[in-house]
Design a protein around this ligand. Structure first.
Ligand code: AVJ
Ligand code: FE
Length: 436
């Protein structure tokens, strides 16, 4: 069989596939049976749906590789198709949790059967480059859902859930929030490595940037609290019109998962309901809140090009690197990711290394960072999978970096995440820039 995949050097596609499937199972192995069925909000999905859907996508992929492929079951396909019109009429997203069948047990059987089918296909040695690329997309899709599952588990269970790994938090040094100057000029953005990336990270293309300065750390709870205490949520002038509507409509007074109990701010997450830690990056803010904070403080959100240059451009070597710290894959020393430190953000300045050559910290791991950029195709964009990314090129903003819920194998400096402007159940924060 083919061994040289572009997923990760020295690892065969089969090994990568098995690891990814196992990670999905690891994430849910300590759950109770009843946890699998419930959908606690219209924006979350039941655990069993995620388990089924990440399997179903391989069926969609196998049908693209072999047009005689027969789907496991019509009923399963209808329930597990998230939004692909090309595969029939998708089930209503808000109602994934109101049906009891297929049962959780049936979904696990399905998960195993599909794993076997994909295993056989990979072992068959009959795959051309395009087929391999599609299967790798399936792996990365599964990684995306692992992270979404973590969001949904927080919404469903928070402190009642036992993470797969609960490590000590790294010790943080006392640090000062400051900014670094980045030289403008022509920057070539986009993915330039030899491994996998999504269609939306290509092609590389030139953009012109003015000189700018960017925050070394993500905005912390302490900083964000000042905005709240200054009446940020009561003052229309900081807000975009649509954002102000959301504030009023939803009665937002703080980021999601914050609660004021007896005059003290608490947050609810995997570590329980605990006192707000002023040194952690602010998390669970919408684009609107990030933008309002920036306006209040007299700065703005970076464009994704500005973010990427600060993260990946090595001025000394005049080279772009795949990750902020260089070209080596993530480790526990350079990014707080799903398989690393612990479930939650680490305080600013926690990392012994992994700092971008421009001097920014925590550009990958902890929180996704909102950028001012509209999610759309780069000039010359060509879709790698119909309906996967490109049909969302409207009303979404790009987030860069990665969060503590992101699997290691799916981060890159060029990765473009995207969400609607009012979404905040994801692990989202931001940093500011200004031109001076
Ligand atoms: C890139 C995280 C916005 O949640 O729909 C999952 C990822 N794409 N299945 C999403 C995705 C297809 C996507 N986000
Ligand atoms: Fe999906």
């Amino acid at each position: 069989m083919k061994t040289a995949t572009n997923v990760e050097e020295n690892k065969s596609l089969l090994e990568q596939f098995k690891e990814t499937r196992n990670r999905t199972l690891e994430l849910v192995k300590t759950l109770e049976k009843d946890d699998f069925i419930v959908q606690t909000a219209f924006f979350t999905s039941p655990v069993k749906w995620h388990i089924g859907h990440v399997s179903w996508i391989y069926e969609a992929i196998m049908s693209k590789i072999n047009n005689k492929y027969e789907f496991y079951s019509k009923e399963f396909s209808e329930y597990l198709n998230s939004y692909y019109q090309q595969f029939g009429v998708p089930h209503d997203k808000g109602k994934r949790g109101v049906i009891s069948r297929p049962t959780t047990e049936q979904i696990f059987q399905y998960f195993n059967t599909i794993s076997q089918r994909v295993n056989h296909l990979i072992e068959s040695d009959s795959l051309n480059d395009n087929a391999i690329k599609l299967i790798i997309t399936g792996l990365h899709h599964e990684c995306q859902h692992q992270e979404l599952l973590v969001y949904d588990l927080q919404h469903l269970l928070a402190e009642q859930y036992r993470p797969i790994k609960k490590n000590e938090m790294p010790k943080s040094k006392s640090v000062e929030q400051k900014s670094v100057q980045i030289k403008g000029g022509i920057y070539t953005m986009g993915y330039n490595g030899n491994e996998y990336c999504y269609d939306i990270e290509l092609p590389e293309h030139k953009v012109y940037l003015e000189n700018y300065s960017i925050d070394v750390f993500p905005i912390t709870n302490e900083q964000y609290l000042k905005f709240i205490e200054d009446g940020g949520y009561d003052t229309y002038k900081h807000w975009l019109s649509d954002g102000w509507e959301k504030v009023k409509e939803n009665d937002w007074k703080s980021p999601m998962y914050w609660e004021k109990i007896d005059g003290q701010w608490k947050v609810r997450d995997f570590l329980g309901t605990r006192k707000l830690n002023p040194k952690e990056p602010v998390c669970h803010v919408s684009y609107y809140e990030a933008d309002a904070y920036c306006k209040w403080v007299g700065k703005r959100l970076p464009t994704e090009a500005e973010w990427e240059k600060a993260a990946c451009w090595n001025e000394e070597k005049q080279q772009k690197t795949i990750f902020p710290w260089g070209n080596e894959p993530p480790t526990e020393q350079n990014a707080n990711l799903l398989e690393s430190y612990h479930w939650g953000c680490t305080e600013i300045g926690s990392y012994p290394s992994g700092i971008s050559s421009s001097g920014c910290h925590q550009m990958i791991g902890d929180v996704w960072e909102w950028t001012a950029s509209e999610f759309t195709g780069y000039p010359g964009f060509r879709s790698g999978f119909d309906e996967y990314n490109d049909k969302w090129f409207t009303n979404q903003k790009v987030l860069r970096g990665g969060s503590f819920g992101t699997p290691k194998m799916s981060v890159r400096g060029s990765y473009r995440n995207f969400f609607r402007l009012d979404e905040r159940w994801l692990f989202s924060g931001f940093r500011c820039v200004e031109n001076n």
